[in-house]
Ligand binder design. Sequence first.
Ligand code: SIN
Length: 535
Amino acid sequence: MTARGVSWEAGADLIVVGSGVAGLTAALDAAAAGLRVVVVTKDGIGEGSTRWAQGGVAVVLGDVAGDSLGAHVADTLAAGGGLNDADAVDVIVRGGPGAVRRLRERGALFDARGARLDRTREGGHSAFRVVHAGGDATGAEVERALVAATREAGVTVLDGHVADDALRDVTGRVVGLSVLAGDGGAETGVLRAPAVLLATGGYGQLYSSTTNPATSTGDGVAIALRAGATAADLEFVQFHPTVLWTGPAVGRRPLVTEAVRGEGAVLRDRAGHAFMAGVHPLADLAPRDVVAAAITRHTAETGSECAWLDATGLAGFATRFPTVFASCREAGIDPRTEPIPVNPAAHYACGGVVTDTWGRTGVPGLYAAGEVARTGLHGANRLASNSLLEGLVVGERVVRAVCEDRAAAGPALLTAPVEPAPALPVADRATLQRALSRHAAIGRDATGLAAASDAVEAATVVGVPVGRAGVEDAALTLLAQAVLAAAGTRRESRGCHVRTDFPDRDDVHQASSLRVRLDAAGRPVVVADALVGAA
Ligand code: SIN
């Protein structure tokens, strides 16, 4: 059922914010467990980041010679640059096979030869272990199956509803959500439930060029921080090395999946030199932080606007990679006969709201799963195709946590007062995107980070955010401040965080995650006791 308007006041047991892989998996499991669940989503159901994922789901199903769960764990830890939470890696990797089986039971169709699923390989993986669908349309197929199952299960979906803030009772427990709806978010209202799951995706829109859709504005991290939760690893914004380059542009850009390199394509410079050889033992299939940094360095050194991905040697490109092929053809490029111009673009938030592997944030009643959360799986750099995996596994586990917490907590005070919307710092989006793209992308230094902070500060006014755009811009402003604070504090280079003024990794003093919370004035601050252990 899809409902419009904010008059939806019937009690729910669980509000899920977001309709990607983690949100819909949780909503389906919650409905199956007999919970009254409502999904709140800014656009239509299924229009978040999940549908744009190309590569696939990294999972060890036991039928690839030489691969093992232990190898998947080891690759995840190696990519993560020493900041993963080893327990989280273990739990999520080991949860993968069961979660993928249940996703297939819900109707997702993966590419297969007979009874055996096809596999591809991406950067940082020591084996062909990534299952995929529709060639390079894995996210679209996962989303299709979950949306169909959600409709089939009769889950209530409030589309066109923007989550604004968490409602809390006098004890600080989250007991609902204030929302905006109607044209541009002009109407306000509240939804009440003793459990709220944030599954809102990342904050790629903080950068001018991103693979993320327009919905990825950091809303969930902002709501969680304002509710008293902790975030961590926010400085680790992963740039995808190969995004189709068609000149400077703002907004979502077409991805060229890493699986293209997994199946043999090679990065070249203008002179045709394959420059990844010698940079890393895995060359073009190095972890993506290494490849993205190498492209950035190489284009700066050679004065090129982009690098070129040579896939001309791959047989059957158009059928194996139909999404990439269509994007290239639209840009007038034929990848069967000419190299694809590519550049890195903001792709994935490795950090987010600190949770345990059950999605608990530490604020009673508030949960987070998927890209919005920081479970410790990714560390300083996410291994390719571990994100759909995490969404599936934690999306299931969080419902078990909600059920357990509900049994233990007793009745929540659902009568929390609805305060007037607070005044928040809001900067205009174009200024944020310019500042972060210039100074907090790949290759940061103290001078640039300070200049970005000054630019954000100068553009910020304090006021009550108006409508959807206001809520999103307030979230992006908070994320900009938080990312800049964390990036300035981490004076080393590690994973996706590359400091040109501190090029080395410092395992003696900085081998821990940086936590961020809001101070009494509502500003994000890096917490002095930086080590993240548990949520
Ligand atoms: C890709 O297909 O290269 C992206 C997959 C991912 O980000 O995990």
